[in-house]
Design a protein around this ligand. Structure first.
Ligand code: NAD
Length: 282
């Protein structure tokens, strides 16, 4: 069994990103990322801090708009429209989830598609489905980079994705279909989850449920990617896979933490650089 080490790969990607930014700065372009975070969800603020720090480390200018939980939808839209017009901002990220009174779709659709570094705008979602060059959601893109780094080609593999959200499972499905894998996607209403997971050469799980995937649900020699992030009672992070027992059966597996999480942030940096490059048609 080999560990898919997202942490060490992310460090290499960040080092390369730092060099790319030096080149952009020499052309008078400093990539700019604006982040909107609403409310006081601790996890959201932690992720935003991590993203801010990653930007600072490599030379991306970042600005965080913190808004109270009871902010009006119109005020959020107004802030995004302002950033859409700001020439120093190349990427705009809306930290999810948004408070219940806010229409998430309307907010995400306000981000202009050329600054949509999260790849959540319907225009970019459509382009991904058509396998056209676009902004790809950071977590699934990070998974693809990790597979590629370890020479794992999804072509012809039987893949099972557990979790079908717009930000994780569905873009993951499109990326793998585009890579010529056979894709099976499961969700909360899937009748017999184990019947699906057991068929998978490549099992990708992004649900948010501790120990959802146990040893008996995994085929011998499978590649297992755990996207889930759960906080245990002792404060430690864990994924959706019973790592200790499942790892024994795998050819490759991602740890949590240190697997997909750091790759997500690295991909945000890459997407921000991509957005900045388009400023000068680079
Ligand atoms: P979500 O709640 O939007 O979607 C969860 C999905 O899981 C849904 O499709 C739901 O139908 C499915 N599901 C729920 N219970 C299930 C069950 N018992 N069996 C099968 N499917 C089930 O969540 P999300 O935003 O997609 O995030 C999923 C997980 O991935 C969370 O733990 C989140 O923290 C994590 N995540 C990690 C990263 C990262 O960088 N590693 C990034 C984004 C999300």
């Amino acid at each position: 069994m080999q560990i898919l080490d997202g942490k060490s790969l992310s460090l290499k990607i960040k080092a390369k990103a730092k060099e790319d930014i030096k080149i952009l700065k020499a052309k008078d372009v400093t990539p700019g990322l604006a982040v909107v975070v609403i409310g006081d969800d601790i996890a959201s603020h932690t992720y935003v801090k991590m993203k801010e720090k990653a930007c600072e480390d490599i030379g991306i200018y970042s600005i965080v708009h913190k808004m109270p939980n009871d902010i009006s939808e119109d005020k959020i839209i107004e802030t995004i429209q302002m950033m859409n017009k700001n020439p120093n901002i190349d990427g705009i990220l809306i930290q999810l989830p948004l408070p219940k009174h806010i229409d998430t779709d309307r907010v995400l659709q306000t981000v202009t598609s050329t600054k949509d570094v999260d790849g959540f705008h319907p225009f970019n979602v459509g382009k991904l489905a058509l396998n056209l060059d676009t902004f790809i959601p950071c977590t699934p893109l990070g998974v693809m980079k990790l597979l590629n780094h370890y020479d794992i080609n999804p072509k012809g593999l039987d893949v099972c994705i557990v979790g079908a959200s717009n930000i994780v499972g569905k873009p993951m499905m499109n990326l793998l279909l585009n890579a010529d894998a056979t894709v099976d996607i499961c969700h909360i209403y899937t009748k017999d989850l184990k019947a699906h997971t057991l068929r998978a050469d490549l099992l990708i799980v992004g649900v948010g449920k501790v120990n959802l995937i146990t040893e008996d649900m995994v085929k011998e020699g499978a590649i297992v990617i755990d996207i889930g992030i759960n906080r245990k009672d002792d404060g430690k992070l864990t994924g959706d896979v019973d790592y200790e027992n499942v790892a024994k059966k795998c050819s490759f597996i991602t740890p949590v933490p240190g697997g997909v999480g750091p790759m997500t942030i690295a991909m945000l940096l890459e997407n921000s650089i991509k957005a900045a490059r388009s400023r000068i048609n680079d």
